[in-house]
Write a protein that binds this ligand. Structure first.
Ligand SMILES: C[S@@+](CC[C@H](N)C(=O)[O-])C[C@H]1O[C@@H](n2cnc3c(N)ncnc32)[C@H](O)[C@@H]1O
Length: 313
C-alpha cells in the first residue's frame, strides 16, 4: 500500500504513459516542420509548465539537428531541480556530451548542439514581463493548458511566438475518465462527474482557471488566438497491466491518479467521505492485484501562428 505521494515521481512515471499516448501523426507533423529550409538557427523553443523535463528529453531525442536554444519554465523549483539532474543523466545515456554553461546545460552530439535553460518561473510572470516579444520559433506545452484560463491567456501565449512560428500542445484533457473493471457504477459516475467539475471550478486570483474539456475547446480557442491548426488527434492515456506487472512505474502513476481524485473530493458536499474511501480503497487494491485499467481522453494539436486573428466563433 502506497502512503507517500511524490509529484516528481508521478511526473516521471507519467513519461511512458505519455510516450504511448502522444499522437504520432501530430508529432510527425512537428518534426517535418522542423526540417524546413527556412528555419532559423538557433531554433528557439519555449516549453511552458515543463515539469521535470520529460518533454525536453523527448524533443532532444527526436530533434532533426542544428543549433537549438530550449528554454523550459515551470513554477516549481523542485521540478526544475529534478529536470536538471534528469536531463544530465538522460543526455549522457543518449549520446550527448553534457556540460554546464552558467545556469544552462549544453548538450552536444553529432549534428546537434542544444543550449537548455531550465528556469523556475511562473508563466504569468513571463507574460507580464515580456509582454509579447514574438521571439520563439516553437512553443511546447504538455499536460498544461487544461490548468489555465485559455480564453484569457492563450492570445498572450501566442504572442510569444514569432510570425509563422509553430506550436505543439499535447495531452490536453477532454472530459472522459474511465476505470475498469466496473465498480459501483452509480458511485463512480458521481465521483468522476464531481471530479471533472472541480477542474471547471478551479480559480486563480478569483478568476476561472482550467477546463475539463480543454481538448475540444482548443478547436475554438486556438484560431481565436491567431493559431492555425495544422494537425490534431487523440492522445488518450491507456494504462493496463501486462502479464506480470504494469510497465515501468505505471502502477505508481495509477495510485497517484486515484489519490488525486480522492484528495480533490475529500470535502466535497455531494460525495459521502466513507463512500469515497471505499471507492479509492477498491481502486488502489485493483492496482495491487494488476486488475485496474485506466483511460483518460485527451487531444494533441500542432500548428502555426497566422498573420491574422479570426473573429471568435
Ligand atoms: C500536469 S504537470 C505537467 C508537467 C509536464 N509538462 C509533463 O507533462 O510532465 C503541470 C505542470 O505545470 C506547472 N505549472 C502550473 N502552473 C504554472 C505556471 N503558472 N507557470 C509555470 N508552470 C506552471 C506545474 O508545476 C507542473 O509541473
Amino acid at each position: 500500500m502506497i502512503t507517500e505521494f511524490n509529484y516528481q515521481r508521478y511526473l516521471s512515471a507519467k513519461k511512458t504513459v505519455d510516450d504511448r499516448a502522444l499522437n504520432r501523426a501530430v508529432w510527425e507533423r512537428m518534426i517535418l516542420a522542423l526540417t524546413g529550409k527556412d528555419l532559423r538557427h538557433p531554433l528557439e523553443v519555449l516549453e511552458i509548465g515543463a515539469g521535470i523535463g520529460t518533454m525536453a528529453e523527448r524533443f532532444l531525442g527526436a530533434a532533426p539537428g542544428g543549433e537549438i536554444f530550449y528554454r523550459a519554465i515551470d513554477v516549481s523549483a523542485e521540478n526544475i531541480r529534478e529536470a536538471r539532474e534528469r536531463l544530465t543523466v538522460w543526455g549522457e545515456g543518449n549520446g550527448y556530451t553534457v556540460e554546464p554553461s552558467g545556469a544552462d546545460l549544453l548538450l552536444r552530439r553529432s549534428g546537434i548542439e542544444a543550449r537548455v535553460r531550465l528556469e523556475c518561473l511562473d508563466l504569468f510572470e513571463l507574460l507580464d514581463w515580456e509582454g509579447a516579444p514574438a521571439r520563439y520559433d516553437l512553443l511546447l506545452a504538455n499536460a498544461f493548458l487544461d490548468l489555465i484560463d485559455l480564453p484569457a491567456y492563450l492570445p498572450a501565449i501566442a504572442g510569444l511566438l514569432r510570425e509563422g512560428g509553430h506550436y505543439l500542445f499535447t495531452i490536453n484533457f477532454d472530459g472522459e475518465t474511465i476505470f475498469q473493471p466496473p465498480f459501483d457504477d452509480e458511485l463512480e459516475a458521481a465521483i468522476l462527474a464531481c471530479y471533472h467539475r472541480t477542474m471547471d471550478e478551479r480559480t486563480r486570483e478569483g478568476a476561472p482557471s482550467g477546463d475539463s474539456r480543454t481538448g475540444r475547446a482548443l478547436f475554438r480557442h486556438l484560431p481565436a488566438a491567431g493559431l492555425e491548426i495544422l494537425a490534431a488527434g487523440s492522445s488518450d492515456w491507456v494504462v493496463f497491466p501486462g502479464k506480470d506487472r504494469y510497465p515501468a512505474d505505471e502502477a505508481y502513476f495509477l495510485h497517484f491518479i486515484i489519490h488525486t481524485v480522492a484528495t480533490a473530493l475529500k470535502d466535497h458536499p455531494e460525495i459521502d467521505p466513507d463512500q469515497l474511501r471505499r471507492w479509492a480503497g477498491a481502486r488502489h487494491e485493483q492496482v495491487e492485484q494488476r486488475k485496474l485499467i485506466y483511460i483518460a481522453h485527451q487531444l494533441d494539436f500542432f500548428g502555426k501562428k497566422c498573420d491574422f486573428i479570426r473573429p471568435k466563433l
